[in-house]
Write a protein of this length. Structure first.
Length: 310
């Protein structure tokens, strides 16, 4: 099979749309070579873009960043980014040559994608095989799950353009919120408030603020009836104290900004079904996964921005 050679300009001269088009071209090339759908490569690439401050890629178009030792081979005394592929092969490095120059270049987008193609096809092509390959690469369950969910989102919308956000409550309802980040909370020991409380009446619809996949749904002693949605930026959006859920919302469902997921309530702070121990409000939390740990951050500025575009 002959595949088109893709050449790149410096990415800082490119618009966001051009960069996304180039990414898509690389993912589709990977699909053509491997028969693994493009959206898995998009998900791996996006996941890695989220966890690295700097990417190996010299264009910044691809975020996948193989560790040097993995790329060149653990016992390879030469850890240069560029070397002849026979050397990489000799030391069982995972680096590959995707642009046909016989050099495995850790900073070259086509070489990076080819190496990921080789990695992802090592087990087989079933969903389970892909999960095993991802597990071997990341050695972390949350990373595997996040990537599989991101792939679902890309598949559902068939685009990389998934940046829109929505305010969690629809227009036309009264609500109020202020910045309560870090306020002390008495219940359940010494906890600080990790989120923003948006006060509104019982039954006001609660909407997903982002594209993503429902990762969690159910009761929790503090949060009451709650939903967790993971977006394509490794951010987990947590919606708590709900009165109830939108009927078709279940774990694994793909959502977009503005989709109704549940309704404002006052559930929580007690055993299953407890309600009314505080005024009805939506507790909205955001947690970022950096590839090693998850930490909460202040959703208030994000809510203000989403509200401004309301
Ligand atoms: Zn709260």
């Amino acid at each position: 099979m002959i595949l088109p050679h893709i050449s790149f300009a410096e990415s800082d001269e490119l618009t966001d749309e051009e960069i996304k088009n180039m990414r898509m071209a690389l993912y589709q090339k990977a699909e053509a070579i491997s028969q693994i759908p493009w959206y898995y490569y998009a998900a791996i690439d996006q996941y890695e873009r989220n966890i690295h401050d700097e990417y190996a890629s010299n264009t910044g178009i691809i975020g996948i960043t193989f560790p040097k030792e993995m790329w060149n081979g653990i016992t390879n005394p030469n850890l240069n980014d560029k070397q002849h592929q026979t050397s990489t092969g000799l030391f069982n490095g995972k680096g590959a040559d995707g642009d046909g120059d016989n050099i495995t270049d850790r900073t070259n987008d086509e070489d990076i994608i080819q190496a990921m193609v080789n990695w992802m096809t090592q087990q087989g092509l079933s969903k389970q095989d892909l999960k095993i390959a991802l597990w071997k690469y990341f050695k972390r369950e949350l990373s595997v799950q996040t990537i599989m969910n991101m792939a679902k989102v890309y598949k559902a919308f068939q685009t990389l353009e998934l940046e829109n956000n929505a305010f969690p409550l629809p227009k036309g309802y009264n609500y109020s919120y202020r910045n309560t980040w870090g306020d002390p909370r008495g219940f359940g020991g010494r906890r600080i408030h990790e989120g923003t409380d948006i006060f509104a009446n019982y039954g006001v619809p609660v909407r997903s603020t982002s594209y993503g996949v429902v990762e969690l749904k159910g009761w929790n002693r503090y949060g009451g009836w709650r939903i967790g949605i993971r977006d394509i930026h490794n951010i987990y959006h947590y919606y708590a104290h709900l009165n109830g859920y939108e009927k078709d919302i279940k774990v694994g469902k793909v959502v977009k900004p503005g989709d109704v997921i549940g309704y404002v309530g006052a559930t929580g702070y007690g055993p299953k079904g407890t309600s009314g121990k505080f005024p009805p409000h939506l507790h909205y939390g955001m947690y970022k996964d950096n590839g090693e740990t998850e930490y909460s951050f202040d959703p208030y500025p994000y809510l203000r921005r989403a509200e401004a575009n309301h």
